[in-house]
Design a binder for this molecule. Structure first.
Ligand code: AMP
Length: 174
């Protein structure tokens, strides 16, 4: 099966989660399928191997799952972006609008070294607020965002418009 069909077959729609009106894309069946999970990581690794990526900056919490496996595969460092109040050392933060609510995220000030080449990764691109705030954090601490990568893109929410000056890659689109 081609990778797009395999991923789509392994994403479960959960209506009205976490609140009414949201169709939640559940990636846990994809993670449970060892071939699908491996092929997702291998595909991302192939894409970024020529790019000499220093850091994978991943967004809490489902971004960590893909981000850490990708970092390992590329021999890159892993840098977490977390909800405010979770990182123990000195941080910089950003606030943004979500598809469902508002949020604040942060990164360690020493998480990315000046000039480092970064891929930002999350499981899903919705409105783009989280990814745009993450890119801004990476740049605040001196990194260069080479691309933002997602397993799933909800294209109808136009996240690409919010990330308009950035390179975006997604494996499947709805
Ligand atoms: P956004 O900032 O609107 O692009 O939202 C992206 C973040 O919210 C990602 O970390 C996603 O995991 C999560 N998210 C937003 N909408 C959904 C959805 N419909 N299904 C699953 N996760 C979602």
């Amino acid at each position: 099966m081609d990778l797009t069909s395999l991923i789509k077959a392994k994403i479960r729609d959960i209506p009205d989660f976490p609140k009414s009106g949201i169709l939640f894309k559940d990636i846990t069946p994809l993670l449970q399928d060892r071939e699908a999970f491996r092929r997702v990581i291998d595909c991302l690794a192939e894409r970024y191997r020529p790019e000499k990526i220093d850091d994978i900056v991943a967004i809490e919490s489902r971004g960590f799952i893909f981000g850490s496996a990708l970092a390992y595969k590329l021999g890159a460092a892993f840098v977490p972006v977390r909800k405010k109040g979770k990182l123990p050392h000195q941080t910089v933060d950003a606030s943004y609008e979500l598809e469902y609510g508002t949020a604040e995220i942060e990164i360690h000030t020493d998480g990315v070294k000046k000039g480092n080449r970064v891929v930002v990764i999350d499981d899903l691109l919705a409105t783009g607020g989280t990814a745009e705030a993450t890119c801004a954090l990476v740049e605040k601490v001196g990194g260069k965002v080479v691309e933002c990568a997602f397993v799933v893109e909800l294209a109808f929410l136009k996240g690409r418009d919010k990330l308009k000056n950035r390179e975006i890659f997604s494996l499947v689109q709805y």
